[in-house]
Design a protein around this ligand. Structure first.
Ligand code: HEM
Length: 129
């Protein structure tokens, strides 16, 4: 099982009894504030296989049923890297350089205006002399 909260994902309970088979991904973002055991324990279980954490807490049958409502996808256990985490870090890198490009495009007029004003002022100053 992978618990996902915002950009963080955690692994937990396999869909069946053998841990090696596949993992379910759960988006628990909306449940963090409501969790009777507090949001900190759920967040601490993110980014890893959270199966044991969930099982060791001795959750009731209704808690397990509730968990099912947060399913978002099934992952093959052979994938060691959580795809969403890879994607989000790539996105951040792209966004950063993209933002820099946008700022450069947006604000190129400011240095140009300063140079232009300086030239005009300098020209007027020289003409006065
Ligand atoms: C999305 C996943 C989770 C769901 C839906 C969930 C749901 C619940 C629910 C409904 C309860 C109330 C008692 C019960 O019915 O069993 C509970 C209690 C508790 N949960 Fe979770 N839980 C989740 C994840 C976790 C994780 C990862 C931990 C980590 C250790 C955890 C630790 C606890 C603890 C310690 C309690 C007992 C709180 C108390 O009695 O004071 N839970 N949880």
């Amino acid at each position: 099982m992978l618990l996902e909260s915002h950009s963080i994902k955690a692994q937990c309970c396999p869909t069946n009894s053998t841990k090696e088979d596949s993992y379910m991904v759960y988006d628990v973002t909306s449940y963090l504030d409501e969790h009777p055991g507090g949001d900190d324990v759920v967040l601490a279980a993110t980014g890893k296989d959270a199966t044991d954490d969930f099982e060791d807490a001795g959750h009731s049958k209704s808690a397990k049923e509730l968990l099912r409502t947060f399913r978002v996808e099934e992952l093959d256990a052979s994938s060691t890297i959580i795809p969403e985490l890879e994607i989000s870090s790539k996105k951040e890198a792209t966004n950063y350089s993209q933002k820099l490009m946008d700022l450069t495009k947006q604000y190129w007029t400011i240095p140009m205006a300063i140079v232009g004003i300086s030239v005009v002022v300098g020209f007027l100053y020289l003409r006065k002399k």
